[in-house]
Design a protein around this ligand. Structure first.
Ligand SMILES: NC(=O)c1ccc[n+]([C@@H]2O[C@H](COP(=O)([O-])OP(=O)(O)OC[C@H]3O[C@@H](n4cnc5c(N)ncnc54)[C@H](OP(=O)(O)O)[C@@H]3O)[C@@H](O)[C@H]2O)c1
Length: 328
């Protein structure tokens, strides 16, 4: 995979690179019109598509990629092993066939393949499931492998004796944590400063220790799904106003949040089915670092005063919540 030089990327544990902004077709209008919106995304300059078995968009993703004039190597694609349609785990003896079906629908081996959540494995079988993905990687049937919605206990279940550590954990990282990248060598060394989502602190610390990159899905939740916007709203407005003056272009709150996500060393997995906003996301993916260090810190500091989560179905099971207000 050779990513476009104009789109910053992060280095993963296995030596590959991942474009920092992904366009997902698992939500909203992007899911309903995955082919049309996917074509618009690639035409606009997006180079990372996030799909999953459960979204029902793997075939559409394959269609978009094969129909594009771009070489496949210029388009990074993530897919995921999801629960069965009835929500049940995938029996271990069906995992290989399930992965093969993803590859068949896509028409290629995805650059990154994730375990969608820890409940994809039958109870007590997470380690055995991870081992199958490791074997598939060794056989060349998968490339990079990672996880999603993993809590500390899920990492503990698979990391012991793992041949390959997951390269990412895709999680609902909607409120700030600060990661400091030490660019002194080729590995990401990450320092974590806890924020209001004290909830995520242990898992982010574990990821930092192992060099596992955070992929943040739902990154726009503070501006889209929090009814009032909470205390971050005025901070984001102030920064957006400064950037609008400095660049001579109208910079919105979503752009500020996405740039903040990148400033932490996290991949932003966002989405849009709206042609104009897709173009905007493509432009954002190519922006240089525009945020001042103090602005990144302000977002982090104010974010720490609230706990608010939209996607509660995985990370809030058997993982104690912090005693913090929701900012409403
Ligand atoms: N691993 C998991 O368990 C998991 C869970 C959830 C999601 N995901 C992945 O993450 C992707 C994104 O999730 P998400 O939808 O929650 O992400 P999000 O970035 O928080 O929200 C995306 C929504 O923001 C809107 N939007 C985009 N740009 C905007 C802008 N500049 N201003 C205002 N609104 C804007 C879009 O609406 P319009 O279409 O109207 O533009 C879109 O519906 C999914 O598609 C999926 O691939 C993964």
């Amino acid at each position: 995979m050779s990513t476009s030089p104009s789109i910053p990327s992060f280095k993963l544990l296995d030596g590959t690179s991942i474009p920092w902004l992904a366009w997902g077709n698992g939500s909203g209008q992007a899911k309903k019109a995955a082919v049309e919106a996917g074509q618009q995304a690639l035409a606009a300059g997006i180079r990372h598509i996030d799909t999953a078995q459960i979204y029902g968009t793997e075939e559409a993703t394959g269609h978009v990629v094969s129909g594009s004039p771009l070489p496949k190597d210029d388009i990074y694609v993530t897919s995921k092993l999801s629960n069965l349609a009835n929500g049940q785990p995938v029996p271990l003896d069906q995992v290989r066939a399930s992965v093969a079906e993803s590859v068949r629908k896509l028409g290629f081996v995805p650059d990154l393949f994730l375990v969608h959540n820890p409940f994809v494995a039958p109870p007590g079988e997470l380690k055995a499931l991870w081992k199958i993905l490791e074997e598939l990687k060794d056989e060349g049937k998968l490339k990079s492998i990672g996880v999603s919605n993993f809590r500390v206990q899920d990492f503990e279940a698979i990391l012991d004796d793992a041949k390959y550590k997951p390269v990412v954990n895709q999680e609902s990282c909607i409120l700030p944590h600060l990661l400091v990248i030490d660019s002194g060598d080729s590995t990401l060394k990450i320092e974590y400063h806890p924020y209001t989502l004290t909830h995520l602190q242990p898992v982010l610390e574990l990821q930092a220790k192992h060099g596992i990159v955070t992929e943040a899905y739902g990154p726009l939740t503070p501006v889209l799904r929090h009814v009032t916007g909470g205390p971050l709203k005025t901070v984001l407005e102030r920064i957006a106003e400064r950037l609008s003056k400095a660049t001579g272009k109208s910079v919105d709150l979503a752009t500020v949040l996405l740039l903040w996500t990148r400033a932490q060393g996290a991949v932003a997995v966002t989405s849009s089915g709206n042609a104009e906003r897709i173009k905007l996301l493509a432009e954002v993916s190519q922006l240089p670092d525009l945020l001042e260090a103090s602005e990144v810190e302000d977002i982090t500091r104010v974010g720490k005063t609230v706990h608010f989560r939209y996607y509660t179905e995985h990370m809030e099971i058997d993982f104690p919540l912090p005693n913090l207000p929701n900012g409403l």
